[in-house]
Design a protein around this ligand. Sequence first.
Ligand code: GLA
Length: 324
Amino acid sequence: MNLKTAYEPYFKMGAAISRWNLHTKAHTDLLLDQFNSFTCENDMKPMYYLDRDKNKENPDKYDITPALTFEHAIPYLEFAKENGIAMRGHTLVWHNQTPKWFFCQHYNEHFPLADRETILKRLESYIKGVLTFVQENYPGVIYAWDVVNEIVDEGDFRKSIWTKTVGNDFFIKAFEYARKYASKDVALFYNDYETALDWKRDFIIENVLKPLMEKNLVDGMGMQSHLLMDHPDLNDYRKAVESYGALGLQIHITELDMHNADPSEESMHSLAERYKEFFNIYLDARKSGKANITSVTFWNLLDENSWLSGFRRETSYPLVFHGK
Ligand code: GLA
């Protein structure tokens, strides 16, 4: 039995992969054996599509139609197409991993920020370019896109270069453009972390999802789910799954891992038990119809490749596979 077969009646099972994974046969074998979906960990983020050299060499030509490159994305898309495995697109719009020059006059980070109209035109052109490239060359490969990532922070909309240049409605615009250019069978997601915190859950529902739903611009809520051994509380998490589910949107668990720095057998057992509790929440929600969870993705394949060891500065064993 493998993960994808075990959960097939309920949701897709996925993992994030990096370039290293993609070029290591043992890792792609593991991916194809256990999973039926994957996410590109980094190479399909804005900084990798925006062609720095072309835009900077010819800023007038590309002022409102930024030049794009797909050299980083293509190997993943080819792999997905060749192997018949589905992909989540991650992520079109984010404040991180997006170059400052994209927001500046003449694509020059030493110049002032460009005005709202210019940034919106660049945004539309960029979203159109990415979606069109993927849909024309790899039709049917990407079933869902994280259109916008992480715009809520500290009780409010996050202050970022996006809100500074465009304003708080930049996410609505991004979804409008995504809806305009996405194929009908591609689902559009809002994605965020700590989505089980009371205030954040309520803020996202009221100020992000409902306004998007009124305009029929969003299909799903992405709960990243970077978990700890003692946080979040299971009841809070269940409540969040059911609250997003009650909106009638699809739910994807998009970046599942559980930080755990203790590799002892006892600790691994506790990790497995806690994972079981979360998967019970997913299955209960799905079976009872309280939340339409359609995809669950681990954030990388193997403990050895998890971002958490770097981020937390202690070796982490947060996933369900290691040592391959
Ligand atoms: C966020 C992003 C991911 C990734 C992680 C850290 O959750 O959505 O793309 O960068 O941080 O690895």
